[in-house]
Every structure is written in C-alpha cells, then in structure tokens.
Ligand binder design. Structure first.
Ligand code: ZN
Length: 307
C-alpha cells in the first residue's frame, strides 16, 4: 500500500504525548492552569463544534467554568508548545455542554472528517477514544472499588484497600484483508455483509481473538466468513479507529483457490472483481468504501496497481 501513516485518517502522531512528563501530577496541573493551554470539549463521543462546524478549542481565563464542569479531563499532548487537554461533558445535557464550551452543536468526528485537517481529525478521534474508555472504567473489575485517573488520564488505578490494580486504555485490534485470486486474471475478493445494501461490497475484516497472531486472525476470518484458504499474508499498514477502541491492521493475502463459500451470517455474498470492474464502479459514482477508512486505501492501492 503506497502510503505513509499520515495518509490514513485519525492517526499520524500529530501531538507530542509527553509520556514522561504526564506521569508527574504537578506538571499536568501546571499545564492545565497555563492560560496558553487548550481545552477541547466532547459530549458523549461527539465533538463540540461552532456554527461553521469547526471543533471548539478554548484557552485562557474563560476556561475555569469548563474545567469545573468536566466529568473527566485528560492530557492529550503538546501541540507546537501548547498543552492540549480533552474535557468530557457527557454528564450534562447537550445544550448545557454546548453552552459551557461555547459551541453550537455536538457532531460525530466521522461526519466532519472531510472538512477537518488531518491533525484535527486525529486529535478529535484520540480524545473521543480516551474519554470513552474512562467512562467505562469507573470501577475496578477485580474488587469493585472506585478507580481514579492518573498519568494525565492515560491510566486508572483502583482505590480499593489491598488492590491497587492499574487499568490501561484498551485497544481492540481487527484485521482487514484484501484477498487476491491465484493466477490470472488478477482479481480481488469483496464481500457483501449482513445489513449492507444490495450493491455494497467491501473487504473482509474481523476482530483478533485471544491467543492469535494477526496472521492467524486473517486466515481464520477468511476461512469462517468466506470459506477461503489463504497464503502469503502480508502486512500493508494500520489505522487508528477509536470508535470506540479499534486498531485496524491491513493485509493482503492470496487465496489458494477461487472457490468461495460464505457463512450466510456475517457475510451474505462474496465474489471476485477485476480492476476494470472496480474502476467502472468508481466511474459510476460508487466509491470504494468510506473515504476515511483503511478499506478504501487497500482497495485504492490495489486498483491503481501499487505494490
Ligand atoms: Zn480493585
């Protein structure tokens, strides 16, 4: 896949996450009270945006009310010398959250991505994923006691006596695979998933299970969902997908035969497409997957003949 990590939406390492400094509560508190620092507020997984749909960032003396109202405040990183924090207003109504943040409405970042710069899209997605994790980890899974955030919000620790369990943000890896047919003509396998439209085709994907390598997951998913055995499983790239906790890992693989047998549950149909067929679909206005997804990049790179 001819790309670098910044080609794919929602990643790219745009912030210095300052992993050493954020472990110091004094440093984090100083950054939070610094009038130069920026706060971006979210409400129940949504960005708070202005009337022209730009995510709101607040800084300076006017942020005290916002900070006081937050359910959780996490340090995201440093952007051109300024610390950036995410503030969770999910405990409020949408109207209250908008008023506190000086925003017009709350919108999912995936609905905004075409109008956002890549850094802003990545930072908003990162904030969304981290705050989502905090909301689901308020109690310890071992002893049931309350947990509290530390390390700038990148860890939670249990307050239970004799416990002290540490909780780390969870990432859920999934594999996504462009399967090529053996021999000529060159074709790739696309599937129609349960619930998708009659003419909605995409690459095959699935979550990695415990005790599997990524390559194991590729082989298992294709066997289960499409009845296809593959060889030459080759890594292509990865994409942060914090909706809420995904990491999409892209592969190419080659099928042993062109026989397909779908499971009828997750996948209702699967068939082989040539490059010419996919180009015709694009020309007819049927895009190759979501523009912000690694699915699109895997298909685009194959159609354009990138190695
Ligand atoms: Zn505990």
């Amino acid at each position: 896949m001819r790309t670098d990590e910044r080609t794919l939406a929602y990643g790219g390492g745009w912030l210095d996450r300052a992993a050493v400094q954020r472990a110091d509560p004094g440093w984090v508190a100083d950054r939070l009270s610094d009038p130069e620092s920026e706060l971006l507020a979210l409400w129940r997984d949504r960005c708070l945006v202005s009337a022209d749909r730009a995510p709101v960032r607040r800084s300076g003396a006017g942020t005290a009310g916002l900070r006081a109202a937050a359910d959780e405040t996490v340090f995201l990183g440093v952007d051109a010398g300024r610390a950036v924090f995410a503030v969770d207003l999910s405990g409020r109504s949408e109207a209250e959250a908008c008023e506190l943040a000086g925003a017009a409405e709350a919108v999912d970042v995936r609905a905004l991505v075409g109008g956002l710069g890549p850094a802003e899209a990545a930072i908003q997605a990162y904030a969304r994923g981290l705050l989502h994790w905090h909301r689901g980890q308020r109690f310890c899974g071992g002893c049931g006691a309350v947990t509290v955030a530390r390390d700038g919000g990148h860890t939670r620790s249990c307050t239970g006596p004799g416990c002290g369990r540490l909780l780390f943000p969870r990432i859920e890896p999934a594999v996504i695979v462009l399967v090529e047919a053996p021999g000529e003509p060159e074709r790739c396998l696309l599937a129609r998933h349960q619930g998708a439209g009659e003419d909605s085709w995409s690459t095959l994907a699935g979550f990695v299970e415990v005790g599997e390598s990524l390559e194991d997951a590729v082989r298992r998913e294709l066997a289960e969902e499409a009845g296809v055995s593959v060889v030459d499983v080759a890594y292509q790239g990865s994409q942060a997908w914090p909706f809420p906790a995904g990491l999409m890992v892209g592969f190419r693989a080659t099928a042993v035969s062109t026989e397909v047998r779908v499971d009828g549950v997750e996948v209702v149909d699967a068939r082989w497409f040539t490059r010419a067929e996919l180009r015709e679909r694009v020309a007819a206005g049927r895009p190759l997957g979501r523009i912000d997804s690694i699915d699109h990049h895997l298909l685009r790179s194959w159609v354009d003949g990138w190695s």
